[in-house]
Design a binder for this molecule. Structure first.
Ligand SMILES: Cc1ncc(COP(=O)(O)O)c(C=O)c1O
Length: 375
């Protein structure tokens, strides 16, 4: 299997740790171990000091799996496999479910893994276009047209990366009905659930509409633990078993310190998410004010869940040229739309420190004036 290079990851690898103002990340501002201890009242530094660093249960610590299962209705620990980030979860779930020649429909634009790995496994991948003209809301009639007799899998990612749009639950329900009626498996990457920006309830999991769906989750995005590398798969027993068998050849198990940290965070999800929602909502206001002040150069569909958005240029230009020159002259990192195979856009992340976001956006505005108007 030889997937194409992962464009977003290559871009981050080149720039992420050398820029001064990173406003490209897709996660909420990461927690520190001390912060988790303060918020939860759990003495994590002491527990980590005394931890013996042997292998862990290859399915994941049972208490962690129970904490994950409790985030969904009608799910038990046995239905969950803990992985090294959602990236491993997606990989294993595709390896378990995709066969040569299968038809796979994937929302697009998307995190490249979601179409690249099925394609590298020999599937015939069709892209289901999510358009800015529709406010990045998927058009369910188009999905029905894309389905053919070979379609075996529909891959979703809502809330959506890169737009930050979570469609109405009725849309998710309809997608699940269409898949369910035809016996098509839904693979739903839900790593951006949890940080609602408009005061409404966070998006439901598609498991609520289709209990047989394969659902992917992560500690990275809404919880702020990307460095812990904890993700999971919740799926039917045969899929979980096949993922576990494949996983034995990839990573054996997750890291023990990370499993402890994730469990403490998930068991105290209400408190942790309230810290994270406050940051997300405050920063969202900063982003929306910036967008209003910069309508001359940029358009924006207001995101409603998570901390990413996918603005576009009002004067068409090469996204990679713009983003590369922005780094060179202002030390500010965005992700060019070209990394998502979509031109004339860039992805912005607004989950990190507010001061850095404000400075990064102000530099972006200054740079755009020079780039588009020679000012
Ligand atoms: C849609 C999507 N799925 C999965 C991942 C991987 O997340 P993790 O850090 O949990 O491996 C990302 C990371 O950006 C993502 O955007």
């Amino acid at each position: 299997m030889r997937p194409q290079p992962f464009q977003v990851e290559r871009w981050f690898s080149a720039h992420e740790f050398s820029v001064a103002f990173n406003i490209a990340e897709s996660c909420i501002k990461p927690l520190t171990v001390n912060e988790i201890s303060r918020i939860t009242g759990h003495d994590l530094p002491l527990e980590l000091d005394e931890m013996s660093l042997g292998y862990t249960d290859s399915s994941g610590d049972p208490r962690l799996r129970r904490a994950i299962a409790s985030m969904y209705p009608d799910l038990s620990a046995e239905d969950v496999l803990v992985t090294n980030g959602a990236i491993e979860a997606n990989y294993l779930a595709f390896a378990a479910a995709v066969n040569l020649g299968d038809g796979v429909i994937v929302v697009h634009p998307a995190y490249q893994q979601l179409y690249e790995i099925p394609s590298a496994l020999g599937a015939r991948v069709k892209r289901w276009a999510i358009r800015k003209e529709n406010g990045f809301i998927p058009d369910v009639r188009e999905l029905a047209d894309l389905i053919d007799r070979d379609t075996r899998l529909i891959v979703l990612n809502f809330p959506h990366n890169p737009s930050g749009i979570a469609p109405d639950p009725a849309v998710l329900r309809r997608i699940c009905e269409i898949a369910g009626e035809r016996g098509i498996v839904v693979h739903s990457d839900e790593v951006y659930r949890g940080l609602r920006l408009d005061g409404r309830e966070p998006s439901p999991s598609v498991r609520e509409f289709l209990p047989g769906a394969t659902v992917i989750g992560s500690a990275s995005k809404a919880f702020g633990l990307s460095g812990a590398r904890i993700g999971w798969i919740a799926a039917k027993p045969d899929i979980i078993r096949r993922c576990a068998e494949h996983r034995d050849y990839v990573s054996i198990c997750s890291a023990k310190p990370s499993e402890l940290i994730a469990r403490v965070v998930f068991e105290n999800a209400t408190k942790i998410l309230s810290r994270n929602r406050r940051i997300a909502r405050e920063n969202y206001e900063v982003l929306m004010n910036w967008a209003r002040d910069n309508e001359e150069f940029f358009g924006l569909a207001s995101p409603n869940e998570g901390v990413v958005a996918f603005p576009w240029f009002t004067s068409p230009c090469s996204s990679e040229d713009f983003c590369t020159k922005l780094i060179q002259s202002e030390d500010v990192l965005l992700v060019p739309g070209s990394c998502f195979d979509v031109e004339n856009h860039f992805r912005i992340g607004f989950g990190y420190a507010r001061e850095s976001l404000e400075e990064g956006l102000s530099r972006l505005s200054r740079f755009a004036r020079g780039y588009f108007k020679g000012a």
